[in-house]
Design a protein around this ligand. Structure first.
Ligand code: ISL
Length: 577
């Protein structure tokens, strides 16, 4: 690595207090896989607290915790049974308060996951709702009669043909009350009825309770799905698919913007220092400013999915290799869509994705590709998100057979696909490539037993490469992926042009090169990254690069610091004029 830390100002990036999140680096923690303190094989809040100095030293500003609420864990906590309590596997509310104190004490902030498109079927609201048709909470969820002329519970009787994200129908028959309820995800995740003002008021009350307790904001799970087309019409059935595509009927539905504006008024008005990020799978680029235009006061930013869904046209578990330039083109389109008005969330890894270095990079160039991808992403306009272990260049997990997988989505898919005639080996190959468990293996802390994650038996297998890839060997090593992420955070904190400048793509002769310029007043930063394992030509572009090299993932001699005609495999450079 080459880093001119003296080029980065200690006086900050010039953003005002209301825009602090534009200059921040967010770190996502998936608590069950982060660090176990009590030997039960699951990570917990005390484990997180024991690593706060590590996180502070990495230079992150915000911790986002995937759900830690009381939950039967049908979808690892994205199925909440009590929004006001911590699941015992993670600790208690006092542990939470202590963690929050530790986070704030180090000058960091903490953001909670907010999962309110659905609750758990074990939430008292749903228990009441399903208890009888005239229960006052019946209308808190989405109940419907069988299709006219059909007998409930029989094939084809579902109120419409929507498929669940986790295979099978999106409807489950309730024998006791003779109706179906809607669940876009697992049947243990019934969808809340946002049309009901009591539901919305209950959600806002709960959000206010957490903010009053001291949390700094929310990452909102599938928030673009909360408003369904009231007619609940059938979706198109694509060839080879068992169920209809309900997506156009519940993504960005008729009232979603109204609800988010209401949430802003009821929860965030009168508070300062908060941040919100809405997870919006499938959100359309042309519409994104409806969510992120600050004048509309809905969300600070959203997670879009286009770049992580590249190559998945044939289905999530049937990926095709990406073409050179596809990732860069997609990221560019989103930079342009948000323009100077909206704001991007920048991420490659999270708990639902395979590891970026395995998917977009090249494990044989692990350091180079991890740092090249990170440079390409972190120098863009937007707020960068680092997912636990990404800062170490962690790779996909190793899953020998079905028993090694844990994820409800993959397991349900396996059974559906095998029953419909796909070969088990092909299905497993798809799960190894794109399954969500890849990102959920324990954080590799050291080369000791279980990678230092737990003294017990980890809930999911540790990736065997932990003996070489782990935090203990990387912290303190200036040539590590970790050190490079630390430098990227310094750049964002200390260079106004990176925090706030405009974006402009630079065209090069090689599609594998992602080159762009960030500009703010007189300052210009030029970012050059080769996103491939072959040398790539910059052509004439090299001659036009002005300023001095301030960061590179290579250790360059003085003579090598001029912009070169050709970038080495996965080479990344940042120039500042
Ligand atoms: O991972 C996905 C499919 O392969 C996505 O469709 C994912 O389900 C979608 O992005 C929504 O994700 C969020 O909500 C889900 C939960 O399982 C995910 O972990 C969460 O990130 C339901 O709450």
């Amino acid at each position: 690595m080459f880093f001119r830390d003296d080029a980065v100002s200690a006086t900050g990036n010039g953003l005002g207090p209301d825009e602090w999140w534009k200059g921040a680096v967010v770190y996502q923690i998936y608590p069950r896989s982060f660090k176990d303190s009590d030997g039960d094989g699951f990570g917990d809040l005390e484990g997180i607290r024991s690593k706060l100095d590590y996180l502070k030293a990495l230079g992150v500003d915000v911790l986002w915790l995937s759900p830690i609420y009381a939950s039967p864990q049908a979808d690892n906590g994205y199925d909440i049974a009590d929004y006001y309590d911590i699941d015992p596997m993670f600790g208690t509310l006092s542990d939470f308060d202590r963690l929050l104190e530790g986070v704030h004490g180090r000058g960091m902030r903490l953001v909670m996951d907010l999962v309110v498109n659905h609750s758990s079927d074990e939430h008292p609201w749903f228990v009441e709702s399903r208890s009888s048709r005239d229960n006052p909470k019946r209308d808190w969820y989405i109940w419907r009669d069988p299709r006219p002329g059909c007998v409930g519970g029989e094939a084809g009787a579902q109120p419409n043909n929507w498929g669940s994200f986790f295979s099978g129908s999106a409807w489950t028959w309730d024998e006791a009350t003779g109706q179906y309820y809607l669940h876009l995800f697992h049947k243990k995740q019934p969808d809340l009825n946002w049309e009901n003002p009591e539901v919305r008021a209950a959600v806002y009350r709960m959000m206010n309770w957490w903010l009053d307790r001291g949390v700094d904001g929310f990452r909102m799970d599938v928030i673009n799905l909360i408003s369904k087309d009231p007619g609940l019409p059938d979706g198109v059935v694509y060839p080879g698919r068992a169920w209809g595509e309900g997506f156009p009927h519940f993504s960005e539905g008729p009232h979603v913007h109204e609800y988010l504006a209401e949430m802003r008024r009821e929860v965030f008005d009168g508070r300062s220092g908060t941040m919100t990020v809405g997870e919006c799978p499938g959100v359309r680029r042309d519409n994104v400013l409806l969510f992120t235009d600050p004048a509309r006061r809905e969300l600070d930013m959203v997670f879009q999915f286009d770049h992580v869904d590249l190559g998945l046209e044939a289905g999530k578990f049937h990926p095709r290799p990406l073409r050179p330039g596809e990732l860069a083109d997609c990221l560019t389109q989103w930079q342009e869509a948000q323009g100077e008005i909206g704001w991007n969330s920048l991420y490659l890894d999270n708990h639902d994705q395979p590891r970026a270095v395995s998917r977009f990079g090249d494990e044989t160039y692990r350091y180079e590709s991890a740092t090249a991808l990170a440079t390409a992403l972190h120098m863009l306009r937007g707020t960068p998100y680092v997912y636990q272990g990404e800062e170490l260049g962690m790779t996909n997990g190793v899953f020998h057979g079905l028993d090694d997988f844990r994820d409800v989505e993959a397991l349900r898919y396996y059974h559906e696909a095998v029953e419909s005639g796909e070969s088990p080996e092909d299905v497993l190959a798809g799960m190894r490539a794109t399954g969500r468990d890849n990102g959920r293996t324990p954080v590799q802390w050291d080369a000791g037993p279980n990678a230092g994650f737990t003294d017990g038996t980890p809930w999911i297998g540790v990736t065997p490469n932990y003996t070489e890839i782990n935090a203990a060997t990387q912290v303190g090593d200036p040539s590590s992926v970790y050190a490079y992420y630390r430098a990227l955070a310094d750049v964002r904190h200390g260079l106004p042009v990176i925090a706030a400048g405009s974006f402009e793509r630079i065209v090069t002769p090689s599609p594998a090169v992602f080159a762009y310029r960030r500009t703010l007043d007189e300052a210009v930063a030029t970012i050059l990254v080769n996103l491939s394992s072959q040398p790539a030509s910059l052509g004439e572009v090299a001659r036009g690069v002005s300023g001095e090299l301030i960061l590179s993932n290579r250790d360059l001699s003085e003579a090598e610091r001029e912009a070169p005609g050709v970038l080495e495999p996965w080479e990344a450079r940042v120039y500042l004029a």
